[in-house]
Design a protein around this ligand. Structure first.
Ligand SMILES: [Zn+2]
Length: 152
């Protein structure tokens, strides 16, 4: 069981709560605490389920169950299925082609924006938007904006 990097964590929507079902089918539930209003017997019932089906129910060591939505699938942090770390590993192993794809898509988007708005100011706004969306880095945004002045 491994964890994911902060960058990977920030790339996907996250959530948390009293319990969550991971995409693998395992239901994770928080340890009994005062942060949540458990229904009477709810936590005890989950503990019974965990005892009966330890491969389907896991009590977390934490006060809440946190998860990411990774490519349309819920992955609970620390789940033994390791879905998050496996996706991160896959992206990392294919990082060169993924980076190439992102650059191609970014360039195509910039060309489209430039054709639609046809002004340097609007192209700069489009570059800033792509930068804010983390499609392109700060350095790439500055380089592209610098190149706009030369292109016009
Ligand atoms: Zn899982």
């Amino acid at each position: 069981m491994s964890e994911v990097s902060d960058a990977f964590r920030n790339a996907f929507c996250s959530g948390g709560g009293i319990s969550a079902e991971c995409g693998c089918g395992i239901t994770h539930f928080a340890r009994e605490n005062t942060h949540y209003d458990w229904n009477v017997g709810e936590h005890a019932n989950l503990l019974e389920l965990e005892k009966a089906e330890p491969d389907k129910y896991i009590e977390s060591a934490d006060d809440s169950v946190d998860y990411l939505n990774v490519l349309g699938r819920t992955w609970v942090f620390g789940c033994p299925c390791d879905y998050g770390p496996r996706v991160e590993g896959l992206l990392w192993r294919h990082r060169e082609s993924v980076a190439e794809f992102l650059l191609d898509e970014s360039n195509a988007e910039l060309v489209k924006e430039f054709r639609v708005h046809n002004t340097v100011d609007n192209a700069k706004l489009a570059i800033d938007r792509l930068n804010k969306q983390h499609v392109i880095s700060d350095d790439a945004a500055e380089r592209l904006k610098g190149g706009l002045g030369e292109a016009v």
